[in-house]
Design a protein around this ligand. Structure first.
Ligand code: SF4
Ligand code: SF4
Length: 100
């Protein structure tokens, strides 16, 4: 079965992360390449959007380099992208499953 990418018309709302996800995000952060991405909103924003969910800053989509990130491959996040805009991978995966 082919997995579908969830794409939003509007940027998702930022979400509050519990301790479990904060710890997860901290361990993933050294591998995250968001700060090198043309779509990174800047302002020292918190990155690791695949775990933490969408940015609270406006994101202009200019390409997503997540597929170059080790986390992307290890956590099998394809075909989803633009987590800074679309929201956390776990939410997108759940939505994609719901569409099947
Ligand atoms: S997959 Fe994307 S958001 Fe997640 S850690 Fe890698 S670069 Fe950051
Ligand atoms: S989630 Fe993707 S689009 Fe957003 S900053 Fe990270 S690499 Fe770029």
């Amino acid at each position: 079965m082919q997995k579908r990418e969830i794409e939003r018309g509007e940027q998702a709302e930022p979400m509050k992360s519990g301790l479990f996800f904060k710890v997860g995000a901290a361990s993933v952060k050294p591998m995250c390449v968001c700060r090198d991405c043309p779509s990174y909103p800047g302002g020292g924003d918190r990155v690791v959007y695949c775990v933490r969910g969408a940015s609270g800053l406006p994101v202009e989509k200019k390409g997503c380099i997540c597929p170059k990130c080790r986390v992307y491959k290890l956590a099998r996040l394809a075909p989803h992208r633009y987590f800074c805009f679309n929201g956390a991978a776990r939410v997108l995966k759940k939505e994609a499953r719901g569409q099947d």
